[in-house]
Design a protein around this ligand. Structure first.
Ligand code: ZN
Length: 453
């Protein structure tokens, strides 16, 4: 009887849950005694070579499949970005990795450096991508790839695949994660790491049974992905809204579904309105780019764009970003007094291209373009033909050279305009002359194009 009492007493004490502070203190002391001084790996992984410190004052507790885990954000001495090879979206290493300490089923503390790399297919709370679980020094422990259909496959790091390449040739399927660092404000590739499906011991077959949170050994949690929110922030509080298919809250800056997307024409001068209407409705590629990007549908979110007219000084038009998802195109209110309809339309197309380029180029979290580019140079390089075609479609009487000359309007400051890779001296003169004549309304003897009254 006494024995029973002692046993049950001991059992009770063991089950008494630790407070949050106690859990973190216990984790920290274990980490600092057992883990922090693990030898540095001398592999080729740039990520492993970064100095990092756990931010204990920001540690939180997370319920995981086998109990409670202490999750500690990590500060790195270098701002690294991670990007699956074929994706466009960059992930900050700092935001997508953390230190996780938990007890396995034998009540032994486990320390893991978790790096969560979402794929572009990640939507809402459904994580798609790869997760690497390593010792604090980067020694690979295990990895998983989560598929869009909810499958989870074990993956292993590239050291083994490099070594066993020949043996694996038949079933080789790997994911390469590129490492980027900022060089002159723009991310440049500074390394990569590769994960392949299967086990490093050569068994590529069927460890798929690990899925559904099972895990044969049961010593490790399988729910690493739940610590990342839909805004790809570790331990973030953003949630996915099914109605507007948008991630809201947390660090998104949104508290509600964004307004429905739209292309709005607020111009009133008939001649400008005519141009905007043609630009919006014409069945041209640029029209399609406009409507696909900014939308004429009732879809939520995305981007919206408004046309207005105003005083733009000596400029024919402006395209300005207004907030995070809105663009405003201002057409010079004086254009109808001096310019042909064709010239006005070319101005409208030019500004639409600005909005399109600004809205579709990948940017980092601070809104800085990830790929260096000059919009006018891009237009000169890629869109002259589209613009020429669009102008001719709307104004069939426009000759090919005239449409082409108008398409070059506004691009005089690009390198392509000024070097000889795309146009010759004679062509430069021709472009100037075409644009001059389309902006010479009041000289009936020396003007080209059609005009509003
Ligand atoms: Zn421009």
């Amino acid at each position: 009887m006494a024995l029973l009492l002692i046993n049950s007493c001991r059992k009770d004490r063991q089950n008494l849950p630790l407070t949050k502070t106690e859990l973190i203190t216990e984790a920290r002391s274990f980490f600092e005694n057992e883990t922090v001084n693990l030898p540095k790996l001398n592999d080729n992984n740039v990520r492993h070579s970064l100095n990092k410190i756990p931010l204990w004052d920001k540690a939180t507790i997370k319920k995981i499949s086998i109990g409670e885990a202490v999750i500690v954000p990590i500060k790195y001495d270098y701002e690294m970005l991670l990007k699956p090879e074929n994706d466009k979206t960059f992930n900050s290493l700092e935001k997508s990795s953390y230190l996780m300490i938990y007890k396995n089923k034998l009540q032994e503390l486990q320390v893991e450096w978790v790096t969560v790399i979402p794929d572009e297919k990640t939507r809402g709370n459904k994580f798609v991508g790869t997760i690497a679980i390593e010792d604090w020094n980067g020694k690979f422990k295990q990895g998983f790839a989560f598929g869009a259909d909810g499958d989870m496959l074990p993956i292993y790091s590239n050291n083994a695949i490099t070594y066993r390449k020949i043996a694996f040739a038949r079933s080789l399927y790997c994911i390469t994660i590129n490492h980027y660092g900022y060089v002159m404000d723009y991310p440049q590739i500074i390394g990569s790491e590769t994960y392949c499906f299967g086990n490093s011991d050569g068994n590529t077959n069927n460890d798929i049974t690990l899925k559904n949170g099972g895990g044969g050994g049961g010593t490790s949690p399988t729910d690493y992905s739940y610590t990342i929110d839909c805004n790809k922030v570790v331990n973030g509080t953003a949630t996915w809204n099914e109605d507007c298919q948008t991630c809201i809250g947390g660090t998104t800056g949104l508290t509600d579904c964004p307004p429905k997307r739209s292309v709005t024409d607020s111009t009133t001068t008939p001649c400008i309105k005519e141009g905007v209407t043609i630009g919006k409705q014409a069945n041209t590629t640029i029209g399609a780019m406009l409507n696909k990007t900014f939308g004429t549908s009732n879809e939520y979110g995305g981007l919206d764009l408004q046309f207005i007219e105003g005083n733009t000084g000596t400029d024919d038009g402006w395209c300005r970003k207004d907030g995070n998802v809105s663009w405003v195109i201002t057409i010079n209110q004086n254009l109808p007094n001096v310019s042909s309809k064709e010239y006005i339309l070319s101005t409208i197309y030019h500004e639409i291209l600005h909005a399109y380029l600004e809205a579709t180029y990948p940017k980092n979290s601070t809104g800085m373009f990830l790929i260096p580019h000059d919009e006018h140079q891009d237009m000169a390089e890629k869109y002259i033909i589209l613009m020429t075609g669009a102008l001719k479609l709307n104004y069939p009487n426009l000759s090919d050279p005239e449409a082409w000359g108008l398409a070059w309007g506004g691009l005089q400051d690009t390198p392509f305009y000024n070097d000889d890779t795309k146009i010759t001296d004679d062509q430069r003169e021709e472009i100037v002359e075409i644009n001059r004549k389309h902006k010479n309304k009041n000289n009936l003897l020396d003007r080209s194009g059609t005009y509003c009254n």
